[in-house]
Structure formats: C-alpha cells, structure tokens
Write a new protein. Structure first.
Length: 320
C-alpha cells in the first residue's frame, strides 16, 4: 500500500489527504538514494579499515612469505660476510705478514660500491626497504670478495717469487764482521754532530778505516751511483724489488754504475769520508716502501767464516 500523507484540518476536525507533487517525490527519492550510498560507503570503509578483504589477506600473506624469504637470504649473506671477514683477518695478520706486504686498509675493504642513486630503481616497489637492505648487503659482500681475490693474486705472485725475494731482501750487514770496528750511531733520534740539535737518524753508521770494502746486502739493481750534494757524498742506492731499497753513503770510491745488476755480497765501493761526515764511516739505510726502517732488523746471525764464504761466492758469480 502506497504511503499517503494527511494533514489535520482544525475547521472540520478531520484529516485531509495531502497530494505531494511529483517533483517533490522525486527529490525525496533522490535524497534517500544519496544517503543510502553515503551510509554504504561509510560502512564499507569502516569494515575495510578493521577487517581485511580476501584480496588484502592474500597480499598480506604474500608479503609475510616474502619477508621471511628475505630474512633467510639476509642471514645467509651475513654468514658469508662473517666468513669473508675471517679470511680478511687471516690475510692481513698471517698471509701478507709472511711476505711483508702492506695490510689492506679497512676503508678499502668496506668501500667501493654504490652511490647516491644506486638503489633508486627499488624505490616505489613493494617492500622496497627489504630490497634496498638486501642489495646493500650483497653489494658489500661482492666488493669484499673482489678485494680479497686481488689480495690473494698478490700473495700468489709473492709466493711464486719467494726464492727471488729471499735473495733480494737486505739480510746482512754491509761490512764484513772481521772488518767491523764499531757501530758509531744507531737508527733513531740523536744529537746532530753538526747542529747539535735532536734529529732523526734514518740509518746506522759503521766506523772503520778508509778503504774497507762495502758489500751489497741483497740482490738488486743500482739506481744511483754518484756524488750527492745533499750530504751523502759518494752514495750508492740499490733497488731490491719487493718494496726494499738500501743506501750506502760517504763512500771513498764507487765500484758500480747506475742500472747495474748486483748480488748479495758483491763489493759496491769502499768506506770513506765524503760528503757531510765527521770521520771515516759508512752510513747505511734500509727503506721499505720508501720509508726508513731500522737496519738492525735485517741483519742475520752469521759467523765471520760464513760471511767470508758468502762474499767469495758473490765474487765468483761476478767473475762468471
């Protein structure tokens, strides 16, 4: 039965039927329709806010599974990184120290990849935070493996040339044990004999008579054999490869030339008093990667007979 509206008539004391215009009926109907849509939208929003739709449940489940997989992958990367870190420590502390190679700094092992926009391609993707974090760990691990591979290449090269290295590294004192009078100055700080000021002394001074033979302390190539105007006087510099160099200063006479190949125990000159010197002596330096080091650390314990035998063998090699 259709809804009808009535209005009370106080004059007739009865209810009169009210005819509603069609336009008003349509307007009322439209208002009700709009209100129903609004209430439905509010209900739908409230339901979706507190309850997941089937599609959202599926997506959330997929996200959870993806997060678990990324966590497992990240753990494997971290385990691999722990292994490579252990290899790096052994490389620096054992392998490279055996061959007296410089340790690889942490800054080099940790760096070398990425950039401001290196992971920009992941931005906006679903779970981009997981992607960026995992990619960062993977890049760091890849770089560490690359640096370690290069380090092992160097170690292998040094190992293959170990015999040559043994012959080349300075390992004896440059004056025969029988000819040695005394060591007049050691490596370290001392009072400069000319200025009397405290100054670093980068070598060892061997005092002895003029003309005492001076021997090369390792196999190498002469890079300097001339008079120096920087106080060394007649000086010989030998490059032994593997980062080592030796300097022999204040010589009376030089017996080698620049570019000449020499052997350990070969005579390179005679003790003198040339240059900035207060008396006959040899100033001897050992440089490792162009940094002066204490020559005492590179003297073998040899008897006089062993030293003379080494010198004799070196002389025979030169004659051959």
């Amino acid at each position: 039965m259709a809804n009808k509206k009535y209005r009370y008539n106080p004059q007739t004391l009865s209810f009169d039927h009210v005819d509603i215009p069609l336009r008003k009926k349509l307007a009322n109907l439209a208002i009700r329709f709009i209100l129903s849509i609004i209430f439905a939208a509010i209900f739908g929003f409230g339901y979706s806010y507190f309850f997941d739709t089937p599609k959202e449940k599926i997506l959330k489940r997929e996200n959870e599974e993806l997060a678990v997989k990324f966590d497992l992958f990240e753990k494997r990367i971290l385990e691999a990184e722990k292994t490579i870190n252990d290899i790096q420590n052994r490389d620096n502390q054992i392998y490279r120290s055996i061959f007296e190679a410089d340790t690889i700094p942490t800054s080099l092992r940790q760096g070398g990849f990425g950039g401001a926009n290196h992971y920009q391609r992941f931005e906006g993707m679903r779970r981009s935070d997981l992607l960026i974090r995992t990619a960062t760990l993977l890049d760091l691990l890849t770089w560490k493996v690359y640096i370690q591979s290069k380090s092992f290449d160097e170690i292998i090269h040094l190992a293959k040339n170990k015999e040559q290295m043994i012959q080349s590294v300075p390992a004896i004192q440059p004056i025969s044990i029988g000819d040695l009078v005394r060591i007049s100055d050691y490596f370290g700080y001392r009072s400069d004999p000319f200025t009397k000021k405290r100054k670093a002394h980068h070598g060892i001074d061997f005092a002895g008579p003029l003309g005492t033979p001076i021997y090369a302390t390792g196999k190498g190539t002469v890079t300097e054999a001339a008079f120096s105007f920087f106080g060394y006087g007649n000086v010989v510099m030998v490059d032994h490869d593997f980062g080592y160099k030796t300097r022999y200063a204040h010589l009376d006479k030089i017996l080698v030339t620049s570019g000449q190949k020499i052997s350990r125990g070969q005579i390179i000159g005679y003790l003198g008093n040339s240059g900035r010197s207060t008396g006959p002596h040899l100033h001897y330096e050992v440089l490792l990667r162009n940094n002066p080091v204490d020559p005492l650390n590179y003297f073998n314990d040899m008897s006089e007979e062993e030293y003379n035998l080494m010198v004799k063998n070196a002389t025979l090699q030169v004659m051959d």
